[in-house]
Design a protein around this ligand. Structure first.
Ligand code: PMP
Length: 398
């Protein structure tokens, strides 16, 4: 009956994790999957989350369905974190925000809406981008193309080529942009570059779709939302998919949201209605638990402060690991290879510049696991293993 169904090839990153777990070597290091680990190699349970959960457990009660669009306090919290509490777009109620199943759910709900109401529009994603963007958007029926982004020669950004491509797109093309902490490269636009990009999006009547999955893990909660706020300030219609998986360390709770910035409140109400229709025919309503945790933290000034401080410590740990890796490589390579990108890239990921063959060598000979594209998850580094990793990488690069 199912003979025509091909086997699923699996997800390369999740398969890498399984191979890592099966590896008996004591010195093995996991730098593949995009999770934030603490210096002990554990997923943190944040203090603010623990406290919010204790408070929620004390008031356990009936569990009705949430509304299709999700928990009201959660949606309000999302808008404050993304746009800033006093933002004009928030105050004038021209943003439609809907709770979703993680950032992935937000991308899918947004893609379904765009496919239905902008059937002529194709989506353009950075080259490279998070693998699942392609699957999600193609799965929603959108045609997916890419614009130039990463420059292997400089380990930086092909900004002029990117602008040039965007200038040539048909009006109402959708442009997927990573707000900060670009996955997989770690290469972000500077504020100056965003300021140059936004008028191009406006002039060409393009539809920005911003993915912000790592807010607070790059330069700071406010800083990492720069692009989202600048787009809203510029009065552009804009889709924003955000995730609290990483910055709340709540992966399995599936906490995300889709926000659509509209020109005025009436448009936002209409858009929200159609987003509700999309959700209703997919999974009907979102889950309660994670949204209640996040809403509790975002609503309480004391818990918010505790969360922001702990998130800052996570960010500083990532930056410290970047510095220690760089120092370890610098000592051994003495300028023979470019390594400045380990410091200039932002967020949990680094495109190391290692080839697939070099990645394979690190895995087979040293038990160090990276994605074969050369992507390294910096948060898999710790004070215990960073020296070992630097030594092995220097060996393969020398
Ligand atoms: N966008 C990007 C760029 C990501 O890296 C991820 C998570 N790996 C997501 C979206 C999805 O996040 P979530 O796990 O909340 O669905």
């Amino acid at each position: 009956f199912f003979a025509h169904v091909p086997p699923y090839g699996g997800d390369p990153i999740l398969s890498l994790m399984e191979a890592f777990q099966a590896d008996p070597r004591a010195r093995k290091v996991s730098l593949g999957i995009g999770l934030y680990f603490d210096d002990e190699g554990r997923l943190p349970v944040m203090a603010a989350v623990r406290q919010a959960e204790a408070a929620l457990a004390a008031q356990r009660g009936p569990r009705p369905y949430l509304p299709i669009e999700g928990l009201a306090e959660y949606r309000a919290g999302v808008q404050r974190v993304l746009f800033g509490a006093g933002h004009e777009a928030v105050a004038s109620r021209r943003i439609a925000t809907l709770q979703t199943l993680g950032g992935s759910g937000a991308l899918k709900v947004g893609a379904d809406f765009l496919h239905q109401y902008f059937p002529q529009s194709a989506i353009w994603v950075s080259d490279p981008t998070w693998e699942n963007h392609l699957a999600l958007f193609e799965g929603a029926g959108l045609r997916v193309h890419s614009y130039p982004y990463y420059d292997l020669a400089t380990r930086g950004l092909r900004f002029e080529a990117m602008l040039e491509t965007l200038r040539g797109l048909p009006a109402r093309s959708i442009v997927l942009l990573h707000a900060s902490c670009h996955n997989p490269t770690g290469v972000d636009l500077s504020h100056e570059q965003w300021r140059a990009l936004i008028p191009v999006l406006a002039e060409r009547a393009l539809i920005p779709f911003v993915d912000i999955a790592y807010q607070g893990l790059g330069d700071g909660l406010e800083e990492d939302a720069f692009a989202v706020r600048a787009l809203a300030d510029a009065g552009l219609p804009c889709f924003v998919a955000n995730s609290f998986s990483k910055n709340f360390s709540l992966y399995g709770e599936r906490v995300g949201a889709l926000s659509v910035v509209c020109a005025h409140e009436a448009a936002a109400e209409t858009v929200l209605g159609q987003l509700q229709a999309t959700v209703r025919r997919n999974y009907s309503t979102p889950p309660t638990h994670g949204a209640r945790i996040v809403a509790t933290v975002l609503q309480s000034p004391a818990l918010f402060e505790a969360w922001r401080d702990e998130l800052a410590a996570m960010r500083q740990r990532i930056q410290a690991m970047r510095q220690q890796l760089h120092a370890g490589l610098d000592e051994r390579l003495q300028g023979r290879q470019p390594i400045g990108h380990f410091l200039s890239q932002r967020g949990m990921f680094s495109y190391t510049g290692l080839s697939a063959a070099q990645v394979d060598w690190l895995r087979h000979e040293q038990g160090i696991y990276l994605v074969r594209s050369g992507r390294m998850c910096i948060s898999g580094l710790s004070t215990r293993n960073v020296g070992y990793v630097a030594q092995a990488m220097a060996h393969v690069l020398a």
